[in-house]
Design a protein around this ligand. Sequence first.
Ligand code: SAM
Length: 212
Amino acid sequence: MLGTFEIYQKIVAIPGAVLDVGTWRGQTAVLCENFRAILEPLNFQRKIHAFDTFTGYAGFTEIDGGRDSALYSDGTYSLPGDYAQLLKKLLQLHERNNAMGHVNGKHKVWEGDCRETLSAFELQHPGEIVALAWFDLNALVPTRDAFERIVKRLAPGGVIAFWQLTRGGEIPAEGMLYVMELAGRYEHQLHRTEAYPSLCYLTFPKGAGAAK
Ligand SMILES: C[S@@+](CC[C@H](N)C(=O)[O-])C[C@H]1O[C@@H](n2cnc3c(N)ncnc32)[C@H](O)[C@@H]1O
């Protein structure tokens, strides 16, 4: 919680949405709703979009070799029942109980493979700027696809947070994306949170203009 708060504070002065890509039970999205309400209760423009299959991982290929496949394979981390619906209700409940809670509808839950739902997001929200995106997909192909889509919408000063960037022994996709595609190609700074060292984030001073 403290690590996510540390990151949210970086975007208070930056316009744009929060995207939680690989939201699972939605804990980060729910935390962000509460950080929004505490730190910027009048910022009704800050939308929170939560993406997940809710049926577990999708998109592992042979390039993801070397991971702990008991934990990280297509279908693991699936959730019972209609979790997308439950998460929508959960977000609404938090929103309604928070400051300015009578102004509703600041969230959207996107159910399905994010390679498809991010396409739908692009069609439905063509002008949505992104201030902060959380990544926790852990298969290289969807991680790369989501990164390429999201970085194009990133506000100057925007932040991309990776939950597993330095956990290459167990789950190498984010580290591979960083080393192979991102490090030399996008102007950025790399940080780790003080409260939770494995949670790392990149700040992009030029936002979508970061590509060299
Ligand atoms: C480790 S969990 C995320 C945990 C979450 N960040 C948290 O802090 O609670 C990874 C999530 O990514 C989702 N996921 C994996 N591949 C996906 C894909 N291609 N599209 C959408 N969601 C995906 C899984 O369903 C799973 O819920």
